[in-house]
Ligand binder design. Structure first.
Ligand SMILES: [Zn+2]
Ligand SMILES: [Zn+2]
Length: 153
């Protein structure tokens, strides 16, 4: 889709399966191999039964906004160093960020692409989609229906 590319995520080998699922066009999460809990945040052990057994499972992309905010300015700095944390986000404001209650039963954080502003209202339906980040990395985010016709892939 045509949303501006955001900064690239930090990739850790323990969660390589998550990123490769995105590369293959799916948003997948861990399904516990012991108690079958769908797990998030991604973790080496199940938060319900502590099992380390899991498989990656594509989830339904539908969800509803739990809470969302609109960032109007990228202004944060590390207090002591003066290093700007917001540098990658310059030029992307305003943008929406929030957490979405997925129909699959997990709550996921992410950027929400919406021009009309309705995605700021809790309960608004959004769909998980794949977005481009820097360094040719694919991330997930959420798309409100006002942007559906703007998808290019
Ligand atoms: Zn479990
Ligand atoms: Zn919208």
């Amino acid at each position: 889709m045509d949303a501006a590319a955001g900064p690239a995520p930090h990739l850790h080998p323990d969660i390589a399966g998550f990123w490769s699922s995105l590369d293959h066009g799916q948003l997948s999460l861990q399904r516990c191999g012991s108690c079958e809990t769908l797990r998030f945040p991604i973790s080496p052990n199940c938060h319900e039964c502590l099992s380390s057994d899991f498989s990656w499972e594509p989830i339904e992309p539908r969800g509803t906004v739990n809470v969302a905010i609109q960032a109007h300015e990228a202004v944060s700095k590390l207090p002591a160093s003066g290093i700007s944390l917001s540098e990658p986000w310059r030029g992307m404001t305003p943008y929406l960020s929030g957490v979405v209650d997925m129909d699959a039963g997990v709550r996921l954080p992410g950027r929400i692409v919406c021009r009309c502003g309705d995605a700021l209202i809790p309960g608004t339906e959004v769909n998980a989609v794949l977005l481009d980040a820097a360094q040719d990395i694919t991330i997930y985010g959420f798309l409100h229906e006002c942007e559906t016709t703007r998808r290019t892939k």
